[in-house]
Design a protein around this ligand. Structure first.
Ligand code: LCS
Length: 403
């Protein structure tokens, strides 16, 4: 069977690696080296000039990193991928690649806090402006486009509100107006959503999250639809800004990625059990999850995602104090930023991941002080529900005592 016809469950394990070229090693070898010795001086020159293909220096490419990049290219149905030392290095590289001073970036109404920070920096230093807009309809997107707009940058689902952006609508406007589309696919992973199939130009990931899945690496990945363009980014912005991944971290990602499909299925089934429980709690005001039947965006979710994944957001009674008391009352579930790990994590976006966003914009994004984000892990759902249950009981007692 041709590899390109294989299922994602198989691609995550086999793509881009042939052990017979590595003494039969089943695991991808770790090339933990900064540089590569040339056989002759002429060969070194030929590698630099591109006359001969081959390794030069690990900032320009590394065999272990290359396996990860090929696997990601196949997983996102792209034509080329680049691996980075963080998700933010992937975000900054693509935005630097696509823009110049004076350009404008159109963004989804919500974006990760540090992406928001980066856009502010680009504005201050290079007069590259941006707008965060609700992209509910094609008309709404059209109206926000300026003569200097060069790209549309979106997250869907949006961190941390779980609001969706209709990828078909964005792509249709972008094609009409000649704009590039970049999608941060961190929350879905390539197992649940493939924006390039819908017509986006670039997909990126904080690989720190589901791609790795084990909470022990910070990394990023960028996948594109044009092989030559990806290679030109490798030899320009990535090489010269230098935000590359280490071979060891790439090796850990290759290891983590092997279980992506089984992990995503468990994250999703656990999340589905938890939303039922959370929606029945009187201390919970609202639950946000893409595949919840009560979600007004459920139809969009079904058009562009295979399942809802492992992140649930919800608002809790009692505002900031209520949210903090609830978090402090949990014991199995850890209070931590990041997501997509085996451990279930909870965080308070308004004081944590999105605290850099000024209050007015934060509220426009839907991030109130009572919003909590739960990254549902791989534990048994009953144990998670038991932990949530005891935290709600502690809150009930606190409320009764107050009254
Ligand atoms: N994009 C999204 C959607 C993210 O959630 C994050 C990190 C990044 C990009 C940046 O990736 P990094 O450089 O950290 O690998 N999100 C985090 C979060 O929600 N909690 O902690 C980090």
């Amino acid at each position: 069977m041709e590899e390109k016809n294989m299922h994602k469950d198989t691609v995550v394990i086999h793509e881009g690696y042939d052990g017979s070229a590595h003494q039969g090693s089943l695991a991808v070898p770790l090339y933990q080296t900064s540089t590569f010795a040339f056989e002759t001086a002429v060969q070194g020159g030929d590698r630099f000039s591109g006359v001969e293909a081959g390794n030069i220096y690990s900032r320009l490419g590394n065999p272990t990193v290359r396996v990860l990049e090929e696997r990601m290219t196949a997983l996102e149905n792209g034509k080329g991928a680049l691996a980075f030392g963080s998700g933010m290095a992937a975000v900054s590289t693509i935005l630097v690649h696509l823009t110049k001073a004076g350009d404008h970036i159109l963004c989804s109404r919500g974006i990760y806090g540090c992406t928001f920070g980066l856009l502010g920096l680009m504005n201050q230093k290079y007069n590259i402006t941006h707008d965060l807009v609700r992209m509910g309809t094609e008309e709404e997107i059209e109206r926000a486009i300026k003569p200097e707009t060069v790209c549309i940058y979106i997250e869907t689902p949006i961190n941390p509100t779980m609001e969706l952006v209709d990828l078909h609508a964005v792509v249709s406007v972008a094609k009409r107006r000649g704009l590039r589309v970049v999608v941060d696919n961190t929350f879905s992973s390539p197992y649940l959503q493939n924006p390039l199939d819908i017509g986006a130009d670039f997909v990126l990931h904080s690989a720190t999250k589901y791609i790795n899945g084990h909470g022990d690496v910070i990394a990023g990945l960028l996948v594109g639809t044009d092989k030559e363009e990806m290679e030109s980014i490798r030899m320009s912005v990535q090489k010269d800004f230098g935000g590359i991944i280490s071979p060891f971290d790439a090796w850990l990602l290759i290891r983590g990625l092997k279980t992506l499909s089984v992990r995503m299925e468990r994250h999703t089934s656990n999340a589905e059990k938890l939303i039922g429980y959370l929606k029945a709690q009187k201390l919970v005001e609202k639950v946000y999850y893409p595949f919840d039947v009560d979600n007004p965006q459920f139809e969009i979710a079904k058009r562009q995602m295979r399942a809802g994944g492992g992140i649930i957001s919800f608002t809790i009674k009692g505002g900031k104090e209520g949210a903090q008391l609830f978090m402090d009352s949990l014991s199995l579930i850890k209070i931590a930023v990041s997501l997509g790990d085996a451990e279930t994590l909870i965080q308070h976006p308004s004081t944590m991941t999105h605290s850099v966003v000024p209050e007015e914009e934060r509220l426009q994004m839907g991030i109130t002080d009572s919003l909590l984000r739960l990254s549902v892990g791989l534990e048994h759902a009953d144990d998670l529900i038991a932990d949530l249950k005891s935290a709600f009981a502690i809150m009930e007692v606190a409320i009764t005592e107050q009254d």
